[in-house]
Design a protein. Structure first.
Lengths: 490, 171
């Protein structure tokens, strides 16, 4: 039976009032626990306050500063309960980017209601420009995307959100060993797509959710062990750092049925490290765009048979097309187009940057890749990331993986550096392990043992951290020579 | 076969809410004359769905074999470009309606029809283009396991995607 969010939360709270709904940590990192009864009550109160604040007849949305805190989790659930479109905002967004995002929201909404830490709605006037289009459909939630290109985009998911036992969670998530009522740890921030959507599924499917407020690899491992976590979603950055934590004990993961990774390309060493740690049957990878174009899934054992693949389309058809829109044969690289059932609500953009589609319903977000004969998809780096060294193409991922392989290196980004004769050469921004030191010549020699000459970085810059989005995607645009610390105005 | 009323077919298609305009014509394919429509869309709808819509409005003997979705109506000398449509049909870019050829195809088509509440189902029709979703996929997989006593996973099912290819796996 299809239920509203309000009804579904009330039903779970009535059926299992004393079971834990949420575990969070306050600013002093003291544990806070809410039972389903308490969670249900606080969501209902906040939803009531939000509804009371609304101006009838004015298109409004809720803005929730979405760190991994109990107020953020309650605020998101409350907005969905009140059936007010909710936008989870990265609380650390620089002012210029935040202004750009609010301007985008203003294209569709006249008022925003910022849910503060006490869950009191504070009105923000969004619309300085023309009235939002009257024919825009109902929206469940809005998510900021486009982190790796530097141009903020907001994707809107049609709504209102409903609980449907056949659809919650989606079939692909259920395929990863998801169980109703499971214990889930959320490591990634709630303002990012994957943690946000798995949080919604968790609430609607009666999970016990543990919210890790800030990432520290040892703490993640400890939380998995202490709360006997069943299901966990990570990014490749989380995975790398956890593998590097000292005295990593596989026994800490005994309860874990699933580690699902998404959001960014995972290098082969990290992937193998986790397959060794958990066994191939517990490692899943999902590739899919925020825009709901389609999705692929691969389990560790399939990946071992086809290293580097992101899997087969899950209820998704994949076509690789060349620049003129013609189908290319297996093994040939082109643009990845996908098609998935129409009934799955396809997101649209608040901006004008619509996804590219074909007349027969295939769509792309611009990723490049190829299929093998059995339909397994392999992704290639996006064109704008490739470093062109005098005509030789360098995949920055390969250089970064080589650098991270050095014992002194925690993280690295490879970028194009202008060069007089070659056009560009490879430069590297390197983060060293705390207390470690290494000479640039040694890093170059280390790369030389792993990479062809033109791929070896000719310039090294030591930095405190690499700019990454919450999803773990490297924000190369932040390293561009003339980048100003702000967003491109829409 | 009844002589297809191409202008009637075009009118029915053009009246569909998702269609901007449509043109119907006869092309030669495999030694036969088949009626093919080209449709320019306002919003996405698939060829098989439009074909079934015409069959519903004009009856099964409407004679329409397939609808090709085009980005822009292909024109030549002020009329719809016959060569373009013939080439699209020859390259299988336009799904042509075909009845099940044997018992396995008939049983598979009947399962699809029941689970998706769509009829008729041509053996070359694509599951997603007929409006299939994850629920109907699961229903079809379960019914096929019961009917044919063979287990089928969702990846196998999606890579087959048509009654004909699914029947090949099951035979």
């Amino acid at each position: 039976m299809v239920l509203s969010v309000r009804r579904r939360i009330a039903d779970i709270a009535r059926a299992e009032p004393d079971r834990t709904a949420l575990v969070g940590f306050d600013t002093r990192l003291a544990e806070q626990v809410l039972s389903w009864r308490e969670f249900g009550e606080r969501v209902a109160d906040a939803a009531g306050a939000l509804r009371a604040a609304l101006n009838p007849g004015t298109r409004s949305c809720a803005v929730v500063p979405a760190g991994n805190t109990l107020p953020a989790a309650i605020g998101i659930a409350a907005a969905l309960t009140a059936e007010v479109p909710v936008f989870p905002l990265n609380p650390a967004t620089p002012q210029a980017e935040q202004d750009a995002l609010l301007r985008l929201l203003g294209r569709r909404f006249a008022h925003g209601y910022l849910m503060d830490a006490q869950l009191r709605p504070q009105r923000i006037d969004l619309s300085a420009g023309p009235e939002p289009p009257a024919d825009a459909g109902a929206v469940a939630y809005l998510l900021a995307t486009g982190a790796s290109t530097g141009i903020p985009k907001i994707s809107a998911r049609p709504g209102p959100l409903r609980y449907d036992p056949a659809w919650t969670p989606s079939l692909v998530i259920r395929q990863t060993g998801w169980r109703t009522g499971q214990r889930q740890l959320i490591v990634g921030p709630l303002y990012h797509t994957a943690p946000f959507t798995t949080f919604l599924d968790a609430v609607l499917d009666g999970n016990t959710v543990v919210l890790q407020p800030l990432f520290s690899p040892q703490w993640t491992v400890e939380l998995v062990r202490r709360y006997a976590i069943d299901w966990l979603q990570l990014t490749p950055t989380h995975m790398r750092e956890i593998l590097r934590s000292p005295e990593l004990d596989p026994a800490c993961f005994a309860s874990l049925r699933t580690m699902l990774h998404t959001a960014a390309r995972c290098d082969a060493d990290t992937k193998r490290g986790w397959i060794d740690l958990l066994g191939p049957e517990r490692v899943y990878e999902l590739y899919g765009a925020t825009e709901g174009v389609g999705v692929t899934l691969v389990r560790g054992d399939e990946w071992l048979a086809r290293p580097g693949t992101v899997g087969r389309g899950f209820l998704t058809q994949i076509r690789i097309l060349d620049d003129t829109g013609n189908l290319v044969p297996p093994g040939t690289t082109g643009t990845v187009f996908m098609r998935t059932p129409q009934r799955v609500g396809r997101s649209d953009y608040v901006n004008d940057q619509a996804i590219r589609t074909t007349p027969d319903g295939f769509a792309t977000v611009g990723d490049h890749g190829r299929l093998d004969r059995d339909g397994y998809l392999y992704l290639e780096p996006r064109d704008h990331d490739i470093i062109n060294v005098g005509g030789e193409k360098v995949d920055p991922d390969e250089v970064e993986a080589a650098l991270r392989d050095h014992p002194a290196v925690v993280d690295a980004v490879a970028v194009a550096v202008p060069h007089q004769t070659l056009g560009s050469v490879v430069g590297a921004h390197v983060v060293l392990r705390p207390g470690a030191s290494v000479r640039k010549a040694e890093l170059a020699a280390h790369c030389g043992r792993r990479l062809a000459g033109y791929k070896i970085p000719k310039q090294f810059t030591f930095v405190d951290q690499v700019p990454r989005s919450a999803a773990g995607k490297i924000q190369r645009w932040r390293l561009a020579p003339h980048h100003e610390n702000g967003a491109t105005a829409p | 076969m009844t002589v297809p009323q191409t202008s009637q077919i075009s009118d029915v298609l053009s009246a569909h809410p998702a269609v901007l305009h449509a043109q119907t014509t006869i092309v030669r394919h495999d030694g036969q004359d088949v009626a093919i429509a080209a449709a320019e869309l306002k919003e996405y709808v698939s060829g098989p769905i439009l074909r079934n819509h015409v069959r519903q409005e004009l009856g099964e003997d409407s004679g329409l074999a397939g609808v090709l979705i085009v980005e822009q109506m292909p024109m030549a000398d002020g009329a719809v470009d016959l060569e373009y449509l013939a080439a699209a049909v020859a390259q299988s870019r336009c799904t042509l309606f075909e009845e099940p050829a044997d018992d396995v195809e008939r049983r598979v088509a009947a399962i699809w029809s029941a689970q998706m509440d769509v009829r008729p189902i041509g053996v070359n029709d694509d599951f997603l283009e007929l409006g299939g979703d994850s629920l109907s996929a699961l229903g079809i997989i379960a019914d096929i396991e019961t009917e044919f006593g063979r287990s089928l996973d969702v990846f196998e099912f999606m890579s087959a995607a048509s009654v004909r290819r699914l029947a090949e796996i099951l035979r």
